[in-house]
Design a protein. Structure first.
Length: 570
């Protein structure tokens, strides 16, 4: 009898232990599908993954993962869609994106009808007391969005009028500007607040009445009156930007972050309201302040951390200020060096000192001379500081002098931080400005074949001359096809620089985790890594490349939390 009781007790204890173990291993989510791409070298595809808390619990066959199914496990069947690690965007300007989403985006506006439509939409969401500012109208007036550069508009540029918007904004101060900031539009409210009248320098009038068009000399008076955004206004803008990123499956951004935006990120983190992880990148000239208080690369946690320091060598292609050896065909100028390059030797000191103190320089270089010059600066830092943990990044890496430059980047282990959508937007005016040098613009294939690690992102929301979407899907489409969204030109723009889907996908996931020094906990769907997961509506590997742009995100998980679900998902 005692033996029976003893055996019964052992079985009871064993049952309890098994039950406890199964509860502790019970997944919050199990995702199954025909196309699960993990990004891992040893097991690039699996049949299912299990998620518990903020981590990937397991990845493997359906039978293996079914072990983790419990009564409270949510099962998502991806079917023929594609399950991938969350997209990591290597280059954003989050604060500007939030301002445009809360405020007004006029980059593609060049007529009164569309202006009125945008002003009306913005008026409905703008908080009380907030000015409607910026907009940057007319960026696509001469070269239409999606144009390949074949048909430049030569007509007189459009001018708005205060009468276009006064009835829509009877109490809201409005001060908009053209993309180049050479012309502003003020509504009646602003004209009255700033006491702007005919006869003043820079005020355009008709029949002794202001048209609302102000030139910089007159606009400055109104600009000085614009109140700073409160923290809560910035928080509201940030929520709109975070929502947009989640819709596009972006679970981490490498952001160009100023002090005010850093405070916003910290407050969102404190409230538990971040739905995208933030790698904040102050400017390179802040290295000394950071080093003085002991901050090195990666300071912070898995949600908010210092992810590099941004420097600038030259200007941009949008306003023909990127630095080239030979002049632009349109201006006769060679472009500019940015202020960080002065006095001579300043950039050399910035890079060397930041590198020596464990801070990773990520430096903007666009023109062919700027690219070569930055390589020399990076080379000098390595010579001075010796071997150490560093991952130098060349931001944009936009126009190479020739294919040999790619070999030089590879030899130095420089990461090419590029934004593929630039290629299909900039082609509208690139060849007009730099001619045959365009062959080496956005040389994805040349760089990849040379052994350079490609890191992809968006530059969202763009510059004053261009709108760049936060969509990694459109970025992959651009890298794979080199065609505008309406399929031009046939075969792609300099098609020899097209890359395959997996190379582009790795550049938005695995490579970006490595570029940030985060490969130990991010970038692939492997057990123990953060559960940043995206489910796409189609399998990018199977569809025609021209159809990639139409794929959408069904689900976005960040840290195991569902932060976006498409209305069509089941």
């Amino acid at each position: 009898m005692l033996k029976f009781q003893h055996t019964l007790l052992l079985f009871t204890l064993l049952f309890i232990l098994i039950s406890c173990s199964s509860v502790s291993d019970q997944a919050d989510y199990i995702i199954t599908g025909n196309n699960i791409w993990t990004g891992a070298e040893n097991s690039p595809t699996v049949e299912a993954i299990a998620v518990k808390g903020d981590r990937i619990l397991a990845a493997g066959t359906i039978n293996e993962i079914d072990f983790f199914r419990g009564n409270n496990t949510h099962v998502i069947q991806a079917g023929d869609g594609l399950v991938i690690p969350g997209f990591i965007d290597n280059h954003t300007h989050f604060n500007r994106a939030g301002e445009l989403l809360m405020g007004i985006n006029l980059l593609d506006v060049s007529d009164s009808e569309l202006l009125r439509e945008r002003v009306a939409e913005t008026s409905e969401r703008l908080p009380d007391g907030m000015w409607m500012t910026g907009g940057m109208w007319g960026a696509y007036e001469q070269w239409a969005m999606g144009d390949t550069g074949s048909e430049r508009a030569e007509n007189e540029l459009w001018k708005p009028h205060q009468n276009d918007i006064n009835d829509l904004t009877p109490e809201t101060p409005v001060l908009l500007h053209r993309w180049d900031r050479e012309m502003y539009l003020a509504n009646k409210v602003v004209l009255n607040l700033a006491n702007i009248e005919c006869g003043q320098v820079g005020v355009e009038c008709e029949n002794d009445e202001p048209t609302g068009i102000l030139y910089p000399a007159a606009a400055q008076k109104a600009l000085d009156m614009i109140p700073s955004h409160t923290l809560e206004q910035r928080i509201a803008e940030a929520h709109l930007a975070l929502e947009r990123l989640a819709q596009h499956g972006v679970t981490t951004i490498h952001d160009i972050t100023g002090p005010e935006q850093m405070r916003v990120f910290q407050e969102l983190h404190r409230r538990g309201e971040l739905t995208t992880r933030i790698n904040a990148r102050p400017t390179l000239d802040k290295w000394e302040q950071l080093a003085e208080v002991g901050i090195e690369h990666g300071y912070g946690d898995e949600w908010l951390r210092i992810g590099g320091l941004k420097g600038f060598v030259d200007g941009i292609m949008g306003n023909s200020s990127a630095r080239f050896y030979e002049p632009y065909l349109t201006t006769g100028e060679v472009g500019i060096w940015r202020p960080m390059m002065y006095p001579p030797g300043n950039m050399k000191e910035l890079i060397v000192n930041a590198d020596a103190h464990g801070l990773w320089p990520h430096v903007h270089a666009i023109g062919d001379q700027a690219v070569d010059s930055l390589l020399t600066l990076f080379e000098h830092a390595v010579e001075v500081n010796g071997e150490r943990e560093r991952r130098f990044r060349m931001i944009h890496t936009q126009v190479l002098r020739n294919g040999d430059v790619a070999d030089r980047l590879a030899d130095m282990n420089i990461i090419a931080e590029m934004q593929p959508y630039h290629a299909i937007d900039d082609m509208r005016w690139m060849e007009e400005r730099i001619g045959e040098r365009s062959r080496w613009a956005y040389a994805f294939k040349t760089l990849h074949d040379a052994g350079v690690m490609l890191s992809f992102g968006s530059d969202w929301p763009g510059t004053n001359a261009s709108w760049y979407p936060a969509s990694a899907i459109q970025g992959i489409y651009a890298a794979v096809t080199r065609q505008t969204l309406d399929g031009q030109p046939d075969g792609g723009w300099f098609p020899e620089e097209r890359i395959d889907v997996e190379t582009a996908l790795r550049a938005y996931t695995v490579n970006n985790a490595y570029a940030a020094g985060e490969e130990d906990f991010k970038g692939t769907l492997e057990p123990g890594k953060v559960a940043d997961i995206v489910i796409l509506s189609e399998n990018l590997f199977d569809i025609d490349p021209t159809e990639i742009k139409d794929v959408h995100v069904l689900y976005t998980f960040t840290g195991g939390k569902l932060v976006h679900r498409h209305e069509e998902s089941e």
